[in-house]
Design a protein around this ligand. Structure first.
Ligand SMILES: [Fe+2]
Length: 291
């Protein structure tokens, strides 16, 4: 049973074009919509301090993605396009895989234009403008990441309709959405799914429960994931140069190797894993001696 995608722009009743893009219509947001953005922005900016890769806050600042309301995509694109050739385009929700891949390959990031209701601050089923723009767009200013995302789109188009898409989806999940990165200053959040979640931003770095394993492309391509709970395993990039170039020959090798092995359950460890322990919790203040 295939997923049902939207057919029309519900704001205008107009049929959607083949690429599923719509106008953002920035003037249509309500005062409440902007307040919701502001609330989420403050909450996440605070929790991410000292936890996220530096390039995230650099990107926010460069693109003027800030607390003062939902950004106008046109303002973002004026800076982003000049920096790395990317543009943000508005879509009504999830789009079919082939449409998504074609956008990425053309350096267009499809972002949901709508924002969650005030009663849904902690959980939404489909990505909204906060997840997509706050979570994903700042890192598109980082050249190596920008290239990786476009290469991912080309790979998706190349593997369209084949079982290899399962392997590719795992790679996206464990890097773009839920990746960690070892920075000089310590372990840092990298993936947008963690960046836009108040609870997982703390859990991913410090909770003793999940495994944290050195990034390995083939190993990731074997690893199933769960979309409805905090992750049981995170993969840790050593830096942006760890992101695979996804050239066709290299990718074919990775996919063939992953497909030749049985899939791994989320959180299952194997002998070749290089695991990392979470940073120690801050030392507790000395307690006065008991009498
Ligand atoms: Fe996402």
């Amino acid at each position: 049973m295939g997923k049902v995608y939207p057919q029309i722009d519900v704001r205008t009743g107009a049929p959607l074009p083949a690429d599923f893009t719509v106008a953002q219509r920035h003037g249509d947001y309500s005062a409440q919509d902007h307040v919701t953005w502001e609330t989420l922005f403050h909450r996440q900016s605070n929790v991410l301090k000292g936890r996220v890769v530096d390039e995230f806050f650099d990107g926010l600042a460069a693109l003027n993605i800030a607390s003062h309301g939902i950004p106008d995509f046109a303002d973002i694109n004026r800076v982003l396009a000049r920096a790395t050739g990317w543009n943000v385009v508005a879509v009504p929700g999830l789009v079919p895989d082939d449409v998504f891949f074609a956008h990425l390959a053309a350096r267009r990031f499809p972002a949901g234009y709508w924002i969650r209701k005030p009663t849904q601050l902690d959980y939404i089923e489909e990505p909204d403008v906060f997840h997509d723009v706050f979570g994903h767009v700042p890192l598109l200013m980082q050249p190596r990441y920008a290239d990786y995302m476009a290469a991912y789109g080309r790979a998706g188009l190349a593997y369209a309709g084949t079982p290899a898409l399962t392997h590719l989806a795992r790679l996206y999940w464990y890097t773009v959405e839920f990746g960690l990165m070892q920075a000089l200053a310590g372990l840092r959040i990298f993936g947008a799914g963690i960046i836009s979640s108040a609870g997982e931003a703390v859990y991913a770095l410090a909770d003793p429960a999940p495994a944290r394993v050195r990034f390995d492309c083939e190993r990731i391509m074997r690893t199933d994931y769960e979309i409805d709970r905090y992750q049981r395993i995170y993969f840790v990039l050593a830096g942006y140069d760890d992101l695979p170039a996804l050239q066709p020959a290299e990718l074919d090798r990775h996919v063939a190797a992953a497909a030749s092995e049985h899939p791994l359950r989320p959180g299952q460890l194997i002998d070749s894993d290089i695991t990392m322990t979470p940073p120690p919790a801050p030392a507790a203040a000395p307690q006065p001696a008991a009498h």
